[in-house]
Structure formats: structure tokens, C-alpha cells
Design a protein around this ligand. Structure first.
Ligand code: SF4
Ligand code: SF4
Length: 344
């Protein structure tokens, strides 16, 4: 059964800004089916083997396989008695599930999840996706431990493949029935759950935030930022010019400001670590913190990274960032200079 790959270009960070340097899908593809064409990713469909490595690694969920949904797979495993991920049964490849998906699955299942690697030995792409699989599982277990969760993703390399009895496996059937689970989740009407559902976030992040509600927020762990691939902590240095680009391009509204542009606010739990804000910042003022305080993620705290002295322009009345005692905005200043030139 063909599992057609689709790129939703409007979600790709390269469409949001020409300065995006993201090439995660390109480097993850074991068959080099994705390349850059005029600065945008392009998929050579006949070369795609539908493993889903690019699906799990894209921070903005810009790539889909039409017959595989990580969220539906998670719901399927939650509904199923068995908690095994297996490329012969319920996933295209173990590389298709991100650390974020794995952590959500373990927390919501409240149990270990088995990753069946017994088929990998004979798989021709394992040499290319093996590192991605290993690092995704390792990161998921690292985070589960930091969350104080006893569940883990357990690697089962010697598992014998189970025979399918009636042509459709237990897990696959559960995936088909997962709409029941989804509607149950949809019916959660607490204020915070509602807010999460309404946010402009990838589905995997929405489910992750739902799962985090089961984790104790009083967590004093401080992690090394380099150990986490899908959220981050930022700082803004004094070289920031308040050009406003970072929070205008941020795809998940992790960076925001007010109508006067008087500050830059950051919510770590909404950040996708897509790197776009860094790519667009000319003075390199937005930077990654070296460490990450886990309680900020778990409590959904946001923080002001920088505040600006904002005033109304004496000429046009718009708000602008006041510097060096100036009373008119940059645009009016230029216009004044041009007018003066005319009279000289
Ligand atoms: S990984 Fe996603 S955001 Fe990055 S280039 Fe590929 S499609 Fe675009
Ligand atoms: S804050 Fe930066 S890295 Fe995080 S989602 Fe927004 S643009 Fe991407």
C-alpha cells in the first residue's frame, strides 16, 4: 500500500523567510529524495521509500505521509493492549516518531513502550537512519528520566515478529479505531486544554503539552540545551534593534510582543527549536541559553527577554523605539532629511 509523501510548503520555515537555514529533512532522508530547489525543499517522489524520517524531524510538521499520522499512531498504541512499535505492523520505520512523540506516548500510556528493532538488521536503510533512531530514543528516555517518569522506550532487538492472524494486526485495528480516543481527548474542556487545542501549533506539540499535564511541575532539573532537539530557552542581547522580525516570523508564537512592540516575550513550551528567529536576526541578538530549567516548560511560564523605551513620534504619532533622546521615528527622520536636501 503506497504511503504518499506530501510537502506542505506553506509550513516550511524556508517559505516563512528566505534566511531560514533549515535542512533537517534533506539531511535525514536515507535515499536523498529531498533536495533544495531555488532555496525550497523539493521531493523526488519516486525516490522516496516512505520511511518517515523527514516527517519526525521537521520542526513545523511541513511533511506528511498520507497513510501515516504520528498522532493517530500514538492514539492507536494507547488504545491497544500491546505497547510495541514495529515497522511491520504500526509504523513505517522507527525513525518516523520524534522524541516528542515518544515521550507523549510513554507518559499517556503510563507504561513502557517497546521499540522492536529486530527487523533493522536486515533493513537496507538502517545504516542511514540508525543514528536518527538511536538519538530519538535516547533523547526521549533522557527527558522521561528528567520528568521523573518511570516509563521508558525499551529497545527490543531480539523480538520475534508476531504473525498477523486475520490480515489486520491488533495495533492497526486500534489505529483505525483511534477516532474514539481522539473524540475523548477533544471532549476535555478544561480552560488550559482548550487553549492548547486552539493554538497555532503542530499536532505533536499539542499532544505533548497535554501529556505534560501529568508531569509534576515542581521539577528542579536543569538540562543542557544541547541535549534537547525540540524546545529551547533564549536570551536577547543589547545588540537587539527591535526590528520586530523574530516574533513576526516565529511559526508557533513562542516569541510575541504587544501592539507597541515594547518588549519581546518568550514561551519555552511553544518553541519548536526551528532556529528561524536566529536565522533572521541580523545583529545575532537572539541566542540560545546553554541550560534549560525544566519547571519553566512544565508550568508553561513565559518571560520577557527584553524591554524597550517606546514613545510616540512627534511627527506621525506612531510608536517607535526611542534612542539617543530622539523624538521622531526613523521614517520621519529620513523624510525630514530629504526635505532639508530639497531646500539646500
Ligand atoms: S525540515 Fe521542515 S522546515 Fe526544515 S526545510 Fe524541511 S520541510 Fe522545511
Ligand atoms: S522561538 Fe525561534 S526557534 Fe522557537 S519556534 Fe519561534 S522562531 Fe522557531
Amino acid at each position: 500500500m503506497s504511503n504518499k509523501i506530501e510537502l506542505q510548503l506553506h509550513k516550511c520555515t524556508r517559505v516563512l523567510s528566505k534566511f531560514s537555514t533549515c535542512d533537517k529533512c534533506i539531511t535525514s532522508c536515507p535515499t536523498d529524495a529531498i533536495s533544495l530547489s531555488e532555496n525550497f525543499p523539493k521531493i523526488d517522489t519516486p525516490s522516496c521509500i516512505e520511511c518517515g524520517a523527514c516527517v519526525s524531524i521537521c520542526p513545523t510538521e511541513a511533511i506528511d505521509l498520507d497513510k501515516f499520522s504520528p498522532i493517530e499512531t500514538i492514539f492507536g498504541v494507547l488504545e491497544s493492549e500491546s505497547a510495541t512499535l514495529d515497522c511491520k505492523k504500526n509504523i513505517p520505520c522507527l525513525a518516523s516518531l520524534s522524541p516528542q512523540n515518544l515521550v507523549s506516548m510513554v507518559i499517556l500510556k503510563d507504561n513502557n513502550i517497546s521499540a522492536n528493532l529486530s527487523h533493522c538488521e536486515s533493513c537496507e536503510i538502517f545504516g542511514k537512519v540508525g543514528d536518527q533512531i538511536a538519538s530519538q530514543i535516547e533523547e526521549a528516555n533522557f527527558l522521561l528520566e528528567a520528568f521523573g517518569n518511570s516509563g521508558r522506550v525499551v529497545v527490543e532487538s531480539g523480538m520475534a515478529p508476531e504473525k498477523e492472524k486475520s490480515g489486520i494486526s491488533h495495533e492497526r485495528r486500534a489505529v483505525l479505531d483511534s477516532s474514539i480516543f481522539r473524540s475523548r481527548l477533544e471532549s476535555v474542556t478544561t480552560e488550559t486544554s482548550k487553549k492548547i487545542r486552539e493554538k497555532n501549533l503542530p499536532d505533536s506539540r499539542k499532544l505533548f503539552l497535554m501529556a505534560l499535564k501529568r508531569v509534576d511541575g515542581e521539577n528542579s532539573h536543569i538540562l543542557d540545551s544541547g541535549d534537547i532537539s525540540f524546545f529551547s530557552q533564549k536570551r536577547v542581547t543589547d545588540s537587539c534593534t527591535n526590528c520586530q522580525i523574530c516574533y513576526r516570523v516565529c511559526p508557533s508564537e513562542a516569541l510575541t510582543s504587544d501592539y507597541k512592540s515594547s518588549y519581546i516575550n518568550f514561551s519555552p513550551n511553544l518553541c519548536l527549536k526551528c532556529h528561524l528567529c536566529h536565522d533572521v536576526c541580523e545583529p545575532d541578538a537572539i541566542q540560545l541559553e546553554d541550560t534549560f530549567q525544566l519547571s519553566k516548560l512544565l508550568k508553561g511560564e513565559s518571560q520577557k527577554l527584553i524591554e524597550f523605551d517606546i514613545g510616540k513620534c512627534d511627527e506621525c504619532g506612531t510608536y517607535f523605539t526611542k534612542r539617543d533622546g530622539k523624538r521622531v521615528c526613523y521614517r520621519c527622520e529620513i523624510e525630514e532629511e530629504e526635505a532639508m536636501e530639497l531646500w539646500r
